[in-house]
Design a protein around this ligand. Structure first.
Ligand code: ADP
Ligand code: MG
Ligand code: MG
Length: 254
């Protein structure tokens, strides 16, 4: 059982005109076994929240706290966050030319587990996870994210979920750029991870369609750098019908 707790989080990003406050007091608690969806209009700060949780150097936490089971996440290095059980799938995953997926995943597993997985069992583990996700075996030999299609990048993310088994996974726009088939495969991967144990998921998305495949327990509406409303899956249905107008009109929290 794990809990990610975010309290009154304020985050600024460095711009040419100086620091700009993007997150203006985010409160959010995700426990293992739960899936929370964060939905919000473009530019509302969803990715900034993901980057702040991950410890991206460009995003400065000016006040508030992030803890995982009471431990101060903000005091941890990026590696320590991964080792503590946090996983962040980037909206724009980086390419790492010359590093094969197989090696990359083994390094990631080594960082998370604190020791290198035995080569023989590791190869088997990777092959099984890839087969489960319908990933072509040649994928293991390719350079990380280089020339990957949108769907392949997302498959790579859920492959990491299967292998690294984080306590809490933050998935930013996992559905963007996916065709219907890829969306189904990726969603199945996330659902398998959810069912594999006590996993918690923070699913960040602009569109409701992935929520038809991955049913959230809680839906949060994000606008103007904070959570402005929380509810059950029916909140996503309302957004599907009426969009974000109610939350972004003049008078709504900015
Ligand atoms: P979302 O993911 O909800 O679309 P983002 O977190 O990407 O929102 O962006 C929120 C706001 O912060 C936007 O106005 C965006 O332009 C600004 N922002 C985010 N990152 C940076 C950055 N590195 N430099 C300048 N502005 C940024
Ligand atoms: Mg955006
Ligand atoms: Mg974003």
């Amino acid at each position: 059982m794990s809990t990610l707790e975010i309290k009154d989080l304020h985050v600024s990003v460095a711009t040419e005109d100086g620091p700009k406050e993007i997150l203006k007091g985010v409160d959010l608690t995700v426990a293992s076994g739960q899936t929370h969806a964060i939905m919000g209009p473009n530019g509302s700060g969803k990715s900034t929240l993901a980057y702040a949780i991950a410890g991206h150097p460009k995003y400065e936490v000016t006040s508030g706290s992030i803890t995982l089971d009471g431990e101060d996440v903000l005091a941890m290095s990026v590696d320590e966050r991964a080792r503590a059980g946090l996983f962040l799938a980037m909206q724009y995953p980086v390419e790492v030319p010359g590093v094969s997926m197989a090696n990359f995943l083994r390094s990631a597993a080594t960082a998370v587990r604190g020791e290198a997985p035995k080569l023989r069992t590791w190869v088997k583990e990777v092959k099984t996870a890839m087969a489960d996700l319908g990933i072509d075996p040649s994928f293991a030999d390719r350079s990380v994210n280089e020339g990957f299609s949108g769907g392949e990048k997302k498959r790579h993310e859920v492959l990491q979920l299967a292998l690294l088994k984080p306590k809490i996974a933050v998935l930013d726009e996992t559905d963007s750029g996916l065709d219907v088939d890829a969306l189904r495969v990726v969603s199945e991967g996330v659902n398998r991870y959810r069912e594999s144990g006590d996993a918690g998921v923070l699913l960040i998305t602009h569109y409701t369609r992935i929520l038809n495949h991955i049913r959230p327990d809680v839906v949060h509406v994000f606008a103007g750098g904070r959570v402005v409303e929380s509810g059950g899956p029916e909140l996503a249905e309302e957004l599907e019908k009426h969009g974000y107008v109610r939350f972004t009109q003049a008078g709504a929290p900015a």
